[in-house]
Design a protein around this ligand. Structure first.
Ligand code: F6R
Length: 611
């Protein structure tokens, strides 16, 4: 949510900033801006424009128009103040000599603004960020770092800040609290970014700023300080993500590319963990004794990651016979959850930066739970603050709508369920072995599903005009429906809801009329007959039914449903992981037909770093 990039070096900064921003645009795309320091003239130039980054890049002729070799850039997801030129970042101080880019929310901005207005400071935007720029100037007496330090003692909330000052053309100051910020190291240059993809073209040597830390970037290197302004040494790590993985590589959309990459992502996620006929979890700190004494599992996440948790609940309870609760991270932190040291809390997050999930993690740890996280972005806050992290290794996911992160999270959680069952002895050996064999086949089976994409495109071409769609299923198919419905609504803007199929007749069935589209999910064989009855019920009220089932049930389903999509007959633990693929493709093709901006759906951002 909001992307920040910063560069200081020998080259012209603006083109580097714009290029970096183009890789962060998935974090927010309401407006963009840059502030560039020209050491020769001592001028600080700020350019910003509402709308997509292309608008600003066009105005600046790709950055060529802005001289200067240091600066910060921003792509915005509006919180305080509508998307407009005035509310875009960088926000500047009254004199125009200090510019600030910000990701997060300054919660006490109203009080600080009133204080400054009392002192006669005029404001030109509705943003909370302008307060930071004005406050720095208010305290500034020639020492930028000292002024920033005084501001940090006064602001509350979540923030990552990039700060430049016309008086200090040889430095950029960066600050972080609860919003991600990464430092990048180059030869005679230094970088700042919300996400490593923004600077991957220039450097792979990075370090992660911790909460409360401040960094000063210069051409000679980066100095870091803790919250008491004492110098700290930051470990530098090498990022091994492939630059090409963050490019479209000939595909029209990142989402489609990432759907197609799923077999590869699953191989990376599963193969190292399935060695020698056993499940090997890297540096796994949970002892057999802890697992045996564990009384409850809580799964905490947001959005699609929460839907992974919903599938996980069914699978973990069935395999381990331990109670599993699934909570939305935004609810968990305020619901006084019953959690103690015998509770395993599994936190799921692609970005590893979702603020609600991070806060839930902290709450769980405070209550004494062991926190195991399933995360995609290496070195992210959630990964670093967990007692144990399992990475999904899906590679960079750029499209706002998650696909390959979802399927790898799901595969990993299902594998964890089998691992726990093995430790607890709650499944017979033969069943345990059969599950492991099935996991090893999963990437190949997914390739078969992807080969059927043209059929799904055809169904999408017949359905794209619907104004409302219902998904229904039972057990893991219900959880799968939640994800299918979210995928469809977020990128195609068609209203959609998902229901446990048995629940429909307790109210929602009144919405079914002639021509309503119902997507019926019936991959879980044990409940196939039950879902069939629900299909008949909605058909008799006029619904058109698009069904998803396994190959062995195709014919039977085709006798009632209007159209049938299938997945291979695989081990039931893997059904949701395969079943999601036709739903992702369906949503993608529907959105394509409707001419939607698939990779950047309206009002959404990839990394949700505000509450
Ligand atoms: C939907 C989607 C979101 C995320 C949610 C959590 O396609 O991507 O619902 O799943 O914002 O994000 P992470 O997993 O990064 O914590």
């Amino acid at each position: 949510m909001c992307g920040i990039v910063g560069y200081i070096g020998q080259e012209q900064a603006a083109p580097i900033l714009l290029e970096g921003l183009s890789r962060l645009e998935y974090r927010g795309y309401d407006s963009a801006g840059v502030a560039v320091l020209d050491g020769q003239t001592g001028r600080l130039s700020v350019r910003k424009a509402s709308g997509r980054l292309a608008v600003l890049a066009g105005q600046l002729h790709g950055g060529a128009d802005l001289p200067g070799s240091a600066g910060v850039g921003h792509t915005r997801w509006a919180t305080h103040g509508a998307p407009s030129d005035e509310n875009s970042h960088p926000q500047v101080s009254r004199s125009g000599r200090i510019a600030v880019v910000h990701n997060g929310i300054i919660e006490n901005y109203a009080g600080l603004k009133a204080f400054l207005e009392d002192k006669g400071v005029p404001f030109t935007s509705e943003t909370d960020t302008e307060v930071v720029a004005q406050l720095i100037e208010y305290f500034y007496d020639g020492d930028l770092l000292a002024a920033v330090g005084r501001v940090l003692r006064r602001i509350q909330g979540a923030y990552a800040l990039g700060i430049v000052c016309a008086d200090c053309p040889g430095q950029i100051v960066a600050v972080r609290k609860d919003s991600p910020l990464i430092l990048g190291y180059g030869e005679g240059c230094a970088f700042l970014a919300s996400d490593v993809t923004a600077i991957l073209r220039h450097t792979r040597q990075v370090s992660y700023l911790e909460d409360g830390e401040v960094a000063v970037l210069t051409r000679q290197g980066i100095r870091c300080y803790d919250r008491l302004m004492q110098p700290v040494e930051k470990p530098v790590v090498q990022v091994d993500w492939d630059v090409d993985a963050a490019e479209k590589g000939g595909y029209e959309h990142f989402m489609f590319k990432e759907i197609m990459e799923q077999p590869q992502a699953l191989r990376r996620c599963l193969s190292p963990r399935l060695q020698g006929g056993e499940i090997t979890l890297e540096n796994f700190a949970l002892s057999g004794q802890y697992i045996r004494e564990m009384e409850k599992i809580y799964i905490v996440a947001c959005g699609s990651s929460y839907h992974v948790g919903m599938v996980g609940k069914y699978q973990l309870e069935r395999l381990t016979r331990r109670p599993v609760e699934v909570a939305l991270a935004s609810e968990f932190r305020y619901m006084q959850p019953i959690v103690d040291r015998r509770t395993l809390v599994i936190v799921i997050s692609q970005s590893g930066e979702t603020l609600d999930t991070l806060a839930a993690l902290r709450e769980a740890r405070r209550l004494g739970a062991f926190v195991l996280s399933i995360v995609n972005v290496v070195g992210s806050s959630i990964a670093r603050e967990s007692d144990q992290v399992l990475y999904t290794w899906a590679g960079p996911e750029i499209a706002v709508a998650t696909t390959k992160a979802y399927s790898t999270q799901l595969a990993l959680l299902s594998l964890l369920a089998v691992y726990f069952a093995g430790e607890l002895g709650t499944v017979p050996q033969a069943e345990y072995r059969a599950a492991l064999d099935a996991f090893a086949q999963l990437p190949d089976e997914m390739e078969k599903v992807l080969e059927r994409k043209d059929g799904i495109q055809y169904f999408a071409s017949r359905c794209f005009n619907h104004s409302s769609v219902f998904f229904m299923g039972r057990n893991v198919d219900y959880a799968l429906g939640l994800e299918g419905s979210l995928k469809l609504k977020e990128i195609s803007y068609i209203h959609s809801e998902a229901y446990a199929a048995g629940e429909l007749k307790h109210g929602t069935i009144s919405l079914i009329e002639d021509g309503t589209l119902v997507v019926a999910l019936a991959t879980y064989d044990r409940l196939f007959p039950k879902v069939m009855s629900n299909v008949v019920e909605v058909k008799s009220r006029g619904a058109g039914v698009l069904a998803l089932t396994t190959e062995r049930r195709r014919e039977e389903m085709a006798r009632t449903a209007d159209a049938v999509m299938t997945i291979p007959d695989v081990h039931d633990l893997l059904l949701p992981c395969l079943g999601v693929v036709p739903l992702q493709l369906f949503a993608y093709y529907v959105a394509l037909q409707r001419g939607c901006d698939i990779d950047k759906p309206r009002n959404l951002a990839k990394s949700v770093t505000v509450e």
